[in-house]
Structure formats: C-alpha cells, structure tokens
Design a protein around this ligand. Structure first.
Ligand code: AKG
Ligand code: FE2
Length: 373
C-alpha cells in the first residue's frame, strides 16, 4: 500500500471496484487491517492509527416498542401511533408472514454473498442491470458536506433489487442463488406492506385507505445487505447515520446485531434482533405526509464482530406517484385547528436532489420545511 502521504483515494476506490470482489473479497484475501477507504478517518499524514469512531463501551439501555398484529385493532392502533410518534421504529410480531419464508430469504442472501468469487463477481456492477445492482455502494457524503473526515466505503456489500413500481423487473437477471427465495419474500412482504400502510394511515386518524390513495405504495426497493466480519470492527461503519427516504421500511435480519438508533439525547442505542419479528421504521416521506405526527429517526449500522457476517434485508416501501405533477406534502385533513403546515409540497425530483445534496444527513427534508414564528 502507498504511504499515507501519497494516498490517492480516487485511485484506490477505482481499484477496489475494478476487483469486483466487494468487502467480502477483502476478507477472503486474508487482510488483517482495514484499508484506508473504509476508515472512519482517512489518513492525511503519516500519523499513527486514528482512534475508533467513538467509545461504544456502554450503549444506553433502550427497548424498541413492539406491536403484536394478533391483538385487536383497538390495541394495535394506539401502539403503532405511539411508536411512530416517539422513536419511529417498532418490531412487528405475529405479522402473518411465513417465518420459513423470511428465514429462507435471509439464508439465500447469505448464500449469494458467500458464493465463490468467480460466481458472484459476474453480478458485480455498481450501475444497475435490469433493476438489479450488486456492489459496495460508496457512502454519499453530499455536496454540502466536507468529505475529508469520513470513510468512502461502508463495511458492507449490497444486492439491491427494484421490484416496483410496475412493470416488474426481469427476474432472469436475479442471481439463481437467491432468486426464488427473494421473489417469494417480496410477494409476502407486499401483502404485509399493504397491511402496514393501512394501519399507519388509520393510526394517523385519516382512515385506512388514505395513505394508499395519496401515495400508491407500489415502489418497492429491496436492499440485501451483507456485513462481513471485520478484523478491526471499531474502525469501520456498516452504514453511517441516516434517515430512510421511504414512506416506511421493513427490515428482516439475522441474530448478529449492529443496527443502532439515535435517541433524543443524541446517544446511539442498540436495536437487538428479536427472533420471529420484523422491524418497521418510518421514513422521511411519511414524516412529511404526516406533518411531523410521525418521526423518521436516524439510524446506523456498526460492525460487531471479527467472526460473524451479518445479513439484513431492508425493504423500502415508496410512493409510486413520480410524475412532475405529483406533489407530496402534509395531508390537508391533518391541518386542523392550531396545527400549522410544517412542509411545503414537493415533487419526487426535488426530494431526490435534496437527498443527493445532503447525502447521509437528517436534513434532506428540512429544505421543504415552512418556517413559523
Ligand atoms: O442493515 C440494517 O440493519 C439497516 C440497513 C439500513 O438502514 C438501510 O438499508 O437503510
Ligand atoms: Fe436505513
């Protein structure tokens, strides 16, 4: 490796992507220290190793709320409402999705990422091929932020599949190692997504159909993440702190752990995996549409282990109304007595360009915020 003074991050990034092996490839090659592209502070001089991202010795105890869908509606709606308003995350239990199908999707994602290099690198392409991308996705730092302090790459490889809005992708492009399991998972999760959109809408007090009518929740992006074990876990990130741009996201994960949410006091708390449950979080679009009744909360992924690879599947439920004439903003019926409109309406194009500008920040919707005295 070049001396730190000569280090050219752009060249290193190009070389890393050209190898088509992902982070898993580095681990397979037997590295014992983390290359600079992944470090939470890249070396600018030949100074000794940077310190860990921050002390995580004593993460605060915090329990994510749980919503049992087997309870009567009169119980689940207040639970959903309270969770969506406070921490923006909740576990969903008794969700009705076949547990074997969830397990087999998670196992299939692991199987895909753990195939021999020659098999999986055939799919490696940072730009999407027929709605499918497999790569280590560089961290978007955003135009408005300095890029000198953060890592350029997360410690994870991602297979991403855009299942919606219709027309459906050409499934022939999906890798055989996970095709059947992911297609079945997507079908089952689409049903759950409809159910959750109805419940989130009802819990907002605007009727079960309102969200679907306003948004057409047919945008469906599946991110199948693989976080390889890391020789120096404290020096990398699985994902930097961010909010999701979706309406809402449903996450399935194995038992390794690593997801954290930002608490009101600014500290990060572990989200411990709960076997059999799915994790739902509110995204930026729903925060806006709900006029801040619901919270889109910052979260990140830390790497916990030098031994175990972690697998998660994040399914982003998005609005499928994407024409320039389709505007997103707070639902008018929420702007009743004394409730001021918090955001102006905006198009998907405006929203996406704001995301690009702010990168992994929490402020990509703030530019649409209406200032009140
Ligand atoms: O892997 C995880 O636990 C979370 C992934 C995530 O936050 C995302 O894909 O937006
Ligand atoms: Fe996320």
């Amino acid at each position: 490796m070049a001396a730190a003074d000569d280090y050219d991050a752009a060249v290193a990034l190009a070389e890393f992507q050209a190898a088509r092996a992902g982070v898993r490839g580095l681990v397979e090659s037997g590295i014992t220290s983390v290359p600079p592209l992944f470090l939470t502070r890249r070396p600018r001089t030949s100074s000794p190793s940077p310190p860990p991202v921050e002390a995580q010795n004593q993460p605060p105890l915090f329990t994510i709320p749980s919503v049992d869908l087997a309870l009567p509606l009169s119980s689940t709606l207040p639970l959903i409402r309270a969770a969506a308003r406070s921490c923006g995350f909740f576990h969903v239990t008794n969700h009705g999705v076949d547990a074997a199908a969830v397990d087999s999707a998670v196992s299939a994602v692991r199987a895909f990422h753990e195939q021999p290099l020659t098999t999986r690198s055939a799919f490696y392409a940072p730009a999407s091929v027929g709605s499918i991308t497999y790569s280590t996705i560089p961290i978007q730092t955003g135009k408005s932020k300095t890029t000198s302090a953060g890592p350029l790459l997360p410690w994870r490889d991602t297979l991403q599949v855009r299942f919606g809005p219709p027309p459906a992708p050409d499934l022939a492009h999906l890798p055989p190692a996970c095709r059947d399991a992911l297609v079945r998972y997507q079908l089952l999760m689409t049903e759950l997504g409809k159910k959750m959109a109805g419940l989130l809408s009802e819990a907002l007090g605007v009727g079960a159909e309102r969200l679907e009518r306003a948004m057409r929740v047919e945008g469906l992006l599946m991110a199948c993440h693989y976080y390889p074990p890391c020789p120096e876990p404290a020096r990398v990130v699985g994902s930097l702190g961010h909010t999701d741009p979706s309406l809402f996201t449903v996450l399935a994960q194995d038992g390794v752990g690593g997801l954290q949410v930002r608490l009101h006091d600014g500290r990060w708390a572990d989200v411990l995996p709960v076997p059999g449950s799915l994790l739902l979080n509110i995204g930026d679009v729903l925060k806006v549409v709900s006029n801040d009744e619901y919270e889109s909360v910052e979260h990140r992924v830390v790497i916990k282990s030098c031994q175990d690879a972690r697998v998660s599947i994040a399914l982003f439920f998005n609005p499928s109304k994407r024409r320039e004439s389709d505007l997103f903003g707070p639902l008018p019926e929420l702007l009743t007595a004394g409730k001021q409109q918090r955001y102006r309406a905006f198009t998907v194009t405006e929203f996406m360009s704001s995301r690009r500008e702010h990168g992994h920040g929490t402020n990509s919707i703030d530019r649409f915020r209406i200032a009140h005295e």
